[in-house]
Ligand binder design. Structure first.
Ligand SMILES: Nc1ncnc2c1ncn2[C@@H]1O[C@H](COP(=O)(O)OP(=O)(O)OP(=O)(O)O)[C@@H](O)[C@H]1O
Ligand SMILES: CC(=O)N[C@H]1[C@@H]2OC[C@@H](O2)[C@@H](O)[C@@H]1O[C@H](C)C(=O)O
Length: 399
């Protein structure tokens, strides 16, 4: 038998598995690396997060990715080069991280890599007749496996689409396994470039679980900061937005997108919510001369609105506790806006549940890999909102 396959079977039969989860999100801030230890699978999954680091991307790398990121027309040679380059670069970052932690490849069983989304195109968005839901993540897993010497699982989203999903959000699988709690309805809210949440009913009735994107989290705010305050990457501490005033006309124009009225589950990305979208909303509301501070204050409230409207829709049916994760929870004005729009609702973060809010998405991919190797198909039943019953991840052997 192929020795790599034999090793894979041995790992699947181990009582405890060490899995590195990787996430490189739409914010392009860096590679999140979570070293996780798993025992069990399914609802018996026990996770210990041993180490976590975000390896920040340099400005040159960000620039390279941006050339092929969320654009309809790109240089196909560049995409091809970046697919290999990102895979190799992620491997280098993992090797550096392992060294920092005093570990070697032998200490790791599996790497679970999300890759870099460069285009997300659910059918509701592309509206090309006869074409399916589609999404594209690059940074091929073979490069990671060969350059780290660790068996790598990657490209998790295609199976989800093949089985009828939109390729996202995948958070629902990990949220269900790691954070479901009998007797407590929970909302797991992640505010990354795009904001999404999972509803976990306290009666553990899988047919009531759902997960959905709700709109932009940080993505337009980040893009606006990068375009208007060269050298800055995001509105640290909400410093710019705090100096501005919300413009109600612009806010209304921003909220006019049909995505917000669409039923759950739905997904979106910076392909829709970007600076061109902002420019059209400014034209429509005659606010092209608004100060950068007022635009940022309005964008901040806009993100909070999308999140809170979606939460309110769910609240009409159920009461729940909210656990937040993702970089947006470090934006103080965004948190305050959410609290203003949802008075009385207490927002806690996932650290209270044993997972650092910055690590949650990387932990998710490690959890998906654990399920792929040792779990059984997670069947959420017919449900009112479809969640495909699939085990995801493609296997790359180092030799
Ligand atoms: N101190 C801070 N003040 C304001 N905003 C912050 C701060 N720290 C992080 N952020 C925001 O969080 C973002 C990074 O979030 P995160 O790492 O969750 O995104 P991501 O994983 O790329 O997104 P996605 O979930 O869409 O894939 C930054 O770009 C910034 O907008
Ligand atoms: C296509 C894609 O990369 N989507 C990301 C993005 O970032 C947040 C939101 O949009 C979510 O839908 C998804 O990632 C998380 C990890 C998910 O699939 O649950």
């Amino acid at each position: 038998m192929n020795t790599g396959l034999r090793r894979l079977l041995t790992i699947a039969e181990k009582e405890k598995r060490t899995i590195i989860g990787l996430m490189s999100g739409t914010s392009l801030d860096g590679l999140d690396i979570a070293l996780c230890e798993f025992t069990g699978h399914g609802l018996q999954t026990q996770l210990v997060l041993r180490q976590f680091a975000t390896m920040p991307y340099g400005s040159e790398f960000k620039q390279q990715v941006k050339e092929v990121f969320s654009k309809r027309a790109v240089d196909l040679e560049k995409v091809t080069l970046m697919n290999a380059y990102i895979g190799s670069f992620h491997a280098e970052l993992i090797n550096a991280c392992l060294q920092e932690w005093g570990l070697t490849a032998q200490d790791v069983d599996i790497i679970a890599s999300h890759g870099q989304t460069i285009y997300h195109a659910p059918a509701s968005q592309h509206q090309v007749a006869g074409m399916p839901n589609a999404t594209l993540q690059i940074g091929d897993g073979d490069h990671i496996a060969v350059k780290t010497g660790v068996i790598t699982l990657s490209d998790f989203r295609q199976k989800h689409i093949a089985a009828g999903g939109e390729g996202a959000p995948l958070a629902v699988y990990g949220d269900f396994l790691l954070f479901s709690e009998k007797g407590q309805n929970r909302i797991m809210l992640n505010i990354g470039g795009i904001a999404n949440f999972t509803f976990l009913p306290g009666d553990l009735d899988t047919s009531r679980i759902f997960s959905t994107d709700v709109g932009p989290g940080n993505t337009i705010m980040d893009a606006y900061m990068q375009a208007n305050f060269p050298g800055t990457f995001y509105d640290a501490g909400s410093a710019v937005a705090l100096q501005g005033t919300i413009h109600e006309g612009l806010l209304a124009a921003l909220l006019a997108h049909p995505f917000f009225q669409g039923d759950f589950p739905k997904t979106t990305g910076p392909e829709v919510f970007n600076l061109a979208y902002l420019a059209r909303a400014q034209e429509a509301s005659s606010t092209t001369a608004l100060s950068a501070q007022d635009v940022m204050a309005t964008l901040n409230r806009f993100s909070a609105h999308g999140i809170c409207d979606a939460l309110r829709r769910t609240m009409e049916e159920e009461e729940f506790e909210i656990f937040v994760s993702g970089g947006g929870m470090h934006n103080p004005l965004l948190r305050r806006n959410i609290e203003t729009l949802l008075p009385g609702v207490v927002i806690r973060d996932t650290a209270e549940l044993g997972v650092s809010p910055d690590a949650k998405e990387a932990v998710l991919f490690a959890t998906l890999a654990n399920e792929c190797l040792v779990g059984e198909r997670l069947d959420f039943g017919a449900g009112r909102l479809r969640i495909p019953a699939v085990q995801m991840g493609k296997i790359s052997l180092p030799q």
